[in-house]
Design a binder for this molecule. Structure first.
Ligand code: GAR
Length: 201
């Protein structure tokens, strides 16, 4: 399946997909395109290094629908079937979600439905939770509310702060994100009544 990754920054999760692809762990995934919404996003350097096509579509000062429409045009031109949000810090509009219904996945650095939004680690530390982790989920119209595909957990120590917690969780993100993408591109995921089941055949 033809896959595009959307990112806003560092792109380490994008890199985990590139690496998995190079290690033949994503046999049904053709990594066709990276889109970033900030020109300084380091993810672009990763695309260049690995000869992956990329497009910079600045989101600054644009209406959400206009920006999403621009992305949809690029995705259509590239015949993209699956959209992967890898540290993409924008909320997608309804037309975008509708167009790619059940074909957009996101990685989020908490155990959803706990601690959605842009400051998950900060919110976890503030809450006093003893456990956190990461979640790969389908994207629906809410903020980090879509059906959950896969999660990993870590213990939050009393000395943890935002940075140490993020550093603990990130390697787990890099493990589960390509795994979930593999299941999706292999058509092994089913959504029923908002819940994901993984077909074992
Ligand atoms: C990752 O930790 C990802 O889970 C998080 O941003 C980071 C991006 O890192 N995403 C969110 O918080 C989405 N709400 P990366 O650019 O190195 O992949």
């Amino acid at each position: 399946m033809r896959v595009a990754v959307l990112a806003s920054g560092r792109g380490s999760n994008f890199q985990s997909i590139i690496d998995a692809s190079k290690e033949n762990k994503l046999p049904n995934c053709k990594l066709e395109l990276l889109i970033v919404n900030k020109k300084e996003a380091y993810a672009v350097e990763r695309a260049k290094k690995h000869n992956i096509a990329y497009k910079i579509i600045e989101s600054k000062n644009k209406k959400r629908e206009d920006f999403d429409h621009e992305m949809l045009e690029v995705l259509a031109k590239n015949k993209i079937e699956i959209v992967v949000l890898a540290g993409f810090m924008r909320i997608l509009s309804k037309p975008f979600i509708t167009k790619y219904k059940n074909r957009i996945i996101n990685i989020h650095p908490s155990l959803l439905p706990l601690h959605p939004g842009a400051h998950a680690h900060r919110d976890v530390i503030k809450s006093g939770a003893k456990e956190s982790g990461c979640t790969v989920h389908f994207v629906d119209e809410g903020v980090d509310t879509g059906p959950i595909i896969m999660q990993e957990t870590v213990v939050v120590d009393k000395n943890d702060n935002e940075e140490t917690l993020a550093a603990k969780i990130l390697p787990l993100e890099h493990q589960i994100f390509p795994k979930a993408l593999h299941l999706l591109t292999s058509k092994k995921l089913e959504i029923k009544e908002g819940k994901v089941t993984i077909r074992s055949d």
